[in-house]
Write a protein that binds this ligand. Sequence first.
Ligand SMILES: [Zn+2]
Ligand SMILES: [Zn+2]
Length: 239
Amino acid sequence: MAAFLTTSGTSHHIENIIMEAKAKLVLVSPYLKLSKTFFERLKGASGKGVVIKIIYGKDELKPNERNSLAELKNAELYYFQNIHAKCFFNESKMVITSMNMYKFSEKTNGEMGILIDRNNDKELFEKAMNETFSILKSSEAVLLKKQERTPYKAPANNAKNRHQKNSQRGYCIRCEARIEYNLDRPFCTDCYTTWAQFENIDYPENVCHGCGEYEATSMAKPQCYTCYVSSEAKFARQN
Ligand SMILES: [Zn+2]
Ligand SMILES: [Zn+2]
């Protein structure tokens, strides 16, 4: 018998499906935002040799998400524009739900799902699996290739540079948008507006302002260690 799942049950079982996968993992979700935790789970599965197929339908992957996926050994990414279904399965367990992949770590309610155990509901499991594979056949394979970042580099110490306005580019520490490099305001306009409602300088963010890589940052510490050292060196030369 398929089991009914609430929001937290859905998250919990999807996480289990990823962690308990032995050889294959199929994730279908229109929206594909990857939190660092979620990526770590996928990395765990990929490290065990699990083949991961991900079908998504909204092409809004951020560079960090694409790069993270490209790092996974056995991951294949497929794009299917009209996908609305959300379905997650390994060899033996499946969740069909209203929940998109990016909602996993959120505490909001309003999602439902069902858990199907292949041993108990073989026919149901296989019908859904076959439907997924027919969607997969009409999907477009997306090439996963790690893109090199252009990290912030302090300009050379010469008279010309010293008088030049700093026009280096940085990254929004919340959404990765390319913005002006400015340690006093390492957010894009939208993210800054949201941040400014609370003005918590220690609120955890995900991205280094200097190099755009995944890093635990904050308004108070907007850069990874390497970028921090590089910007301090520049500051010392200027003063
Ligand atoms: Zn932003
Ligand atoms: Zn950095």
